[in-house]
Design a protein around this ligand. Structure first.
Ligand SMILES: C[S@@+](CC[C@H](N)C(=O)[O-])C[C@H]1O[C@@H](n2cnc3c(N)ncnc32)[C@H](O)[C@@H]1O
Length: 201
């Protein structure tokens, strides 16, 4: 299903798309679930996921920058939720190799927030090749009823191409097995973020 914005010229902020993603995730997550934050960054999504999965759940987090993992860990510690998380200094494209094989088919959610680390090096962005590799692995690891959330930013170099590649990948998924919802808010500049929500049937 494709949601396009109305003629309202007001651009939707990234935060409201994050809210939409969190609402969708909260609706499917339960105490004890295993989930992945594929782009830990400053840890806002990691913290949200740790709150959702409860004491017996686990958030597996990936980032290629130690700086991001340190910031995220401090955030989790401050909330007393660091024990619900396992953070890996590794690219998300390694998730199927790095994570315990017992998780295959059991992950309730995989969350991608693409682009660069806010406040960090803007050149160290996610890339089409590694993002698509990770999405394909996420799809295979997902439990029935599980969801993949992808927030794609289109305003930085390479961001538009990455967003288009992710949408093209989503369109290849068999509709009998994956329900795909793409939210493209109205944007006069053409650089608004876009959100994909993919649920395994
Ligand atoms: C937009 S930020 C994520 C923001 C984060 N979700 C939050 O709540 O703060 C994107 C992050 O993806 C990371 N990244 C880039 N390539 C990656 C890869 N191949 N695997 C994992 N993380 C990657 C960057 O280092 C950056 O920290």
């Amino acid at each position: 299903m494709l949601h396009r914005g109305s003629s309202d010229p007001t651009e939707v902020s990234p935060n409201s798309l994050v809210q939409q993603a969190h609402t969708a995730l909260a609706a499917i997550l339960r105490e004890g679930d295993a989930v992945i934050d594929a782009t830990v960054g400053n840890g806002h999504d990691t913290l949200f996921l740790a709150q959702q999965v409860g004491e017996s759940g686990t958030v597996y987090g990936f980032d290629i920058q130690q700086q991001a993992l340190d910031i995220a860990y401090a955030r989790l510690q401050e909330a007393g939720l660091e024990r619900r998380t396992s953070l890996y200094h590794a690219g998300h494209e390694a998730m199927a190799v790095v994570l315990p094989q017992s998780l295959a088919g059991r992950l309730k959610a995989v969350v991608f927030n693409l682009g660069y680390l806010p406040g960090g090096d803007k050149v160290r962005t996610t890339t089409i090749h590694t993002t698509l590799a990770a999405l394909e692995q996420a799809r295979e690891l997902l439990a029935p009823g599980g969801g993949i959330s992808v927030l794609a930013y289109t305003g930085h170099p390479g961001g538009r191409e990455e967003a288009e590649a992710v949408k093209a990948w989503a369109h290849t998924l068999a509709p009998d097995y994956y329900k795909v919802q793409i939210t493209i808010p109205p944007s006069q500049s053409g650089t608004a973020p876009e959100w994909l929500w993919i649920v395994r049937v």
